[in-house]
Design a protein around this ligand. Sequence first.
Ligand code: RIB
Ligand code: CA
Length: 318
Amino acid sequence: MKKKVLIDCDPGHDDMIAIMLACCSKDIEVLGITTVAGNQTGDKTYLNAHKVLKMISREDLKIARGYDFPLFRKLVTAPEIHGVSGLDGAALPEISIKTKPEHAVDFIISTIMSSKEKVWLIPTGPLTNVASSLLKEPKIKEKIEKIVLMGGAVFDSNITPSAEFNIFVDPEAARILFESGLPITMVGLDVTNKALFTFEDIDLLDSFGGKVSKVVAPLLRFFARTNLEIFSFPGAPLHDALAVAYVIDPTVLTTKYWNVKIETKGEFTSGRTVVDVYNITGDKPNAEVAMEVDLSKFKNMIFTMIKRYDELACSHIL
Ligand code: RIB
Ligand code: CA
């Protein structure tokens, strides 16, 4: 039975790979995509989601636009990492779109409530839409199989010395999720910063010479360059794709069941996922926290996926 999945994202280079991986998997049925402001403003992440689906010829999938701002804070974006468009690095097909009237929150609620099976939620951006869906219709909790989110970290950080971007942008939304009682797998920077597509990997992608790989390679090269400049990483961390990879094959990650709280007040620590690795508080664990990644298994999934899209494209299915 295919896992029914909703992806809530802020494309974003790694969100793009996450969407592509989910849409290519025989183990997943993507029920739709919702977008949120994060890596770039809400209009840009919504447009980028359309560009990604057009590139893989999945314009059949519904995209619903969500919030342009966090619940209580000003928006923080990441142009230094993803560029002005949010997907800098290659000329994706220009498209003109009209924002569809249904809000992401309503789409998430209606999709979950109408699904016969429980739904997996894969948030890969700030958690504003998902938290708002839980607040607006708490009944969806009975129909959610698991939330596998890219966000947080035990020992790592990126947007500040103590926080990861998705949680930092909307910590109040993250707190709602981690206090919801829902089953959560937190795919954080401790593993995603190891899920690097190196410059050599990107060159290999280039050598595929296919219709999709020749667009994805320069996009990932841009993303790798910004990560090299800012974090001295020797490649592109495919943060969001690792969350999808875990839904497809949970053996790609090793997790620990710990209590996670979200700091929403700290002057220097706002957005920190405070992970009780020694159970010092005695509080009940509330998340499976990813601590190790099978990097070769993950990379193989990504290379195989892109090769598949190249094959489909050359057989003109795309
Ligand atoms: O911290 C990395 C996360 O923030 C990823 O989801 C990236 O796309 C950005 O949204
Ligand atoms: Ca993202």
